[in-house]
Design a protein around this ligand. Structure first.
Ligand code: FPP
Length: 245
């Protein structure tokens, strides 16, 4: 059984033996990154968006099948209005023709999870366009969690189930999962949180039941290929340990 022959930095994806099928990331630390550099928090979010773009590239290159990014939580609305407005405007900045062409040419399928109805219509249109233009792709599924909260997701699933079904006795775990935003997606194998925090913060509460968790002190804008490979390497060694026990 083989994982990293060399250091994570030197290794290439074909050295991976056990690849997490689904990686989910809590991209934390943008604000601190900016503050430490004497810049406004929005500059941290801009840098975080660049890091996100790099990570998307790294994940499709590493042949990750599903990548879920916690881009905007239900709690984020409580931030100062200028910061909320900036975060809400990021899809417009991100989903330019250039990135859409790149995602299309790399067969990436863009999806969104969360309650999108709270975003301005212009932003909803941009998200819909990204989804539509990549819907025929069959490669990596890229889920953006937007106005996402794990508790809200579970509540909406219960409500929809109750609306559509008479018999509560038939409800089991498999059936319940069909009512979650992530219904077409396997649960994450590996959840990464940057910036040294050790909480799930309402992210994928149901889906994280069996996930491996990896926390790193690296702030999100500094999260690079080396950090990603380090997380995957730890995931691989945990899996190997489980197999050998
Ligand atoms: C948490 O850092 C990060 C966020 C609230 C936003 C994350 C968003 C992106 C990386 C880009 C999203 C882009 C698109 C197109 C959806 P924080 O601000 O809480 O950092 P702090 O804990 O240091 O204050």
């Amino acid at each position: 059984m083989l994982f990293f022959k060399k250091s994570p930095k030197e290794s290439t994806y074909d050295q991976f033996d056990i690849i997490p099928e689904h990686i989910a990331i809590m991209m934390d630390g943008n604000g601190r990154w900016a503050t430490r550099k004497g810049m406004p928090r929005t500059a941290g979010h801009y840098a975080g968006m660049q890091s996100m773009r790099e990570t998307i590239r790294n994940c499709y290159t590493l042949k990750i099948k599903y990548l879920t990014l916690y881009a905007f939580s239900t709690e984020n609305w409580a931030r100062p209005i200028e910061e909320v407005n900036y975060l809400v405007s990021l899809p417009q900045l991100f989903f330019q023709d250039e990135i859409l062409s790149e995602l299309i040419s790399h067969n990436v399928q863009v999806k969104f999870i969360g309650n999108l109805s709270r975003f301005p219509e212009s932003i909803q249109d941009i998200m819909q366009k990204a989804k539509d233009l990549t819907s025929m792709n069959t490669g990596m599924v890229l889920n953006f969690a937007m106005n996402y909260g794990g508790k809200a997701e579970i509540i909406q699933a219960i409500k929809r189930y109750a609306e559509e079904n008479q018999n509560i006795e038939e409800l089991d775990e498999d059936l319940f999962e069909k009512y979650l935003y992530t219904k077409d997606c396997p649960s994450p194998d590996l959840i990464i949180r940057t910036s040294g925090e050790h909480r799930l913060s309402n992210f994928l509460l149901w889906q994280s039941a069996k996930s491996e968790l990896w926390f790193t002190k690296t702030l999100w804008p500094d999260f690079d290929l080396y950090a990603l490979k380090e997380a995957i390497s730890v995931y691989q060694s945990r899996k190997l340990e489980a197999i050998s026990n």
